[in-house]
Design a protein around this ligand. Structure first.
Ligand code: PMP
Length: 395
């Protein structure tokens, strides 16, 4: 059969991470490749209990169709949480519940992008966002970043000389893949510059709650006077990703459009999942739960960083992130991380080469390490092996 797929399918190829994850499914492989939360922290007993209570108290509604916008108590919680943590002033009308922030990326692509439109992003950026926008025929312009986030002088320059810029996609807190966090000033500037140029900002914030030191910073959304910033949140990293529940916050005029396209996609979010999470939030203290996650991940980060300092050659550079799940490693210019990966896989250690986080390619001398998913002894063993390979390869 000759399948006549839509032209947009030519823009989509299997993600390199998914391919690596297939290899890392083997139990003997020590994997720093995925972005997975630690499964031993999932509140399984609590979820069993809330699930039972939801079904006992209101099973008929919990199993019924419900509104596209989402379950109101959860929308209220999301608005209040962002206001408390991120300095926004949001209400229920600003919130649409979605099946993970990944769905918000897809819906935003559908609402804003025509074939050939331009998306600006940090360089590097989140791989699955690149795929989501590519599916709508987007072209990418990477904006240079430094340790404070996206460089605003470069952004202004690019906005002046580039036509058809429709979206600017950013991850200001503990970015995936670099682990970096934007300064307060850059956040303020981004809101100001994009309002002036009338460009939409998609602010993705799955990791903001996972801060291991320092103070929470206000979101770009908190500086949004013009209504051009959409900010996404998710339960994936503070609760569990399997429910696939997140939210997107924005001006009601934009939320209305997102609702229209969500109706085409899946009508609404899973009613039962929303009910379970809302019941959990009512009966348990999620701050206590998040504090536990932070504690475990902080240890793993400190440990990973220490081993890397001890074991990696001096010509390899990396920074200690203040939160999130990732560390970004830069090898000497001529070393290709894909070759290093091959050698590491022979010793059953995996990571993700950094090249695929750059929509326009290059930067093959980089890679990403996830430190949240594995117990400490595996982190030590894996990073020691990685250090050995790097020393053999580079020295
Ligand atoms: N955005 C970023 C930056 C991510 O790292 C991830 C998950 N790895 C997502 C979005 C998707 O998260 P969710 O589970 O909420 O769809």
């Amino acid at each position: 059969m000759h399948y006549s797929f839509a032209r947009r399918m030519a823009n989509l190829t299997a993600s390199e991470i998914r391919e690596i994850l297939k290899v890392t499914a083997r139990p003997e492989v020590i994997s720093f490749a995925g972005g997975l939360p630690a499964p031993e922290l999932f509140p399984i007993e609590e979820i069993k209990r809330v699930n039972r209570i939801v079904l006992d108290e209101d099973g008929k509604n919990a199993l019924q169709y419900s509104t596209t916008e989402g379950y109101d108590p959860l929308r209220d919680w999301a608005a209040a949480r962002m206001n408390q943590r991120l300095g926004t002033e949001l209400a229920r009308e600003n919130i649409l519940m979605v099946h993970g922030s990944q769905q918000a990326l897809d819906l935003a692509g559908k609402v804003f992008l025509d074939e050939g439109d331009v998306v600006l992003c940090e360089s590097p950026t989140y791989l699955a966002a690149i795929s989501a926008f590519k599916a709508y025929g987007a072209n990418f312009v990477e904006v240079p970043t430094d340790s404070m986030g996206m460089r605003m002088d470069a952004l202004e320059e690019i906005l002046k000389r580039t036509d058809r810029v429709k979206l600017i996609y950013v991850i200001p807190d503990f970015q995936n893949p670099t682990g970096r966090t934007w300064s307060l000033e850059r956040r303020r500037q981004l809101a100001e510059i994009t309002a002036r140029h009338e460009v939409m900002v998609l602010e993705d914030n799955p990791y903001g709650e996972l801060r291991y030191e320092g103070d929470f910073l206000p979101a770009v959304k908190s500086f949004d006077q013009a209504g051009n910033v959409l900010c996404m949140g998710t339960f994936s990293k503070i609760f569990c990703p399997g429910y696939r529940i997140g939210w997107v916050a924005g001006d009601p005029a934009v939320i209305g459009k997102l609702v229209l396209v969500k109706q085409c996609t899946d009508l609404q979010c899973n009613t039962m999942a929303q009910r379970d999470i809302a019941k959990y939030l009512e009966l348990y203290d999620i701050d206590e739960h998040i504090a536990k996650i932070r504690e475990v991940y902080r240890h793993r980060r400190d440990l990973a960083y220490r081993i890397m300092m001890e074991e990696f050659p001096k010509s390899v550079s990396f920074e200690k992130p203040h939160g999130g799940l990732f560390m970004w490693v830069v090898l000497p210019e001529k070393v290709n991380a894909r070759d290093v990966l091959e050698k590491c896989l022979q010793r059953n250690v995996a990571f993700v080469p950094g090249g695929s986080f750059f929509p326009n390619g290059g930067h093959e001398n980089t890679f990403r390490i996830n430190f949240s998913n594995m117990p400490e002894e595996r982190i030590v063993e894996g990073l020691k092996l990685m250090g050995q390979v790097l020393r053999e390869y580079i020295d």
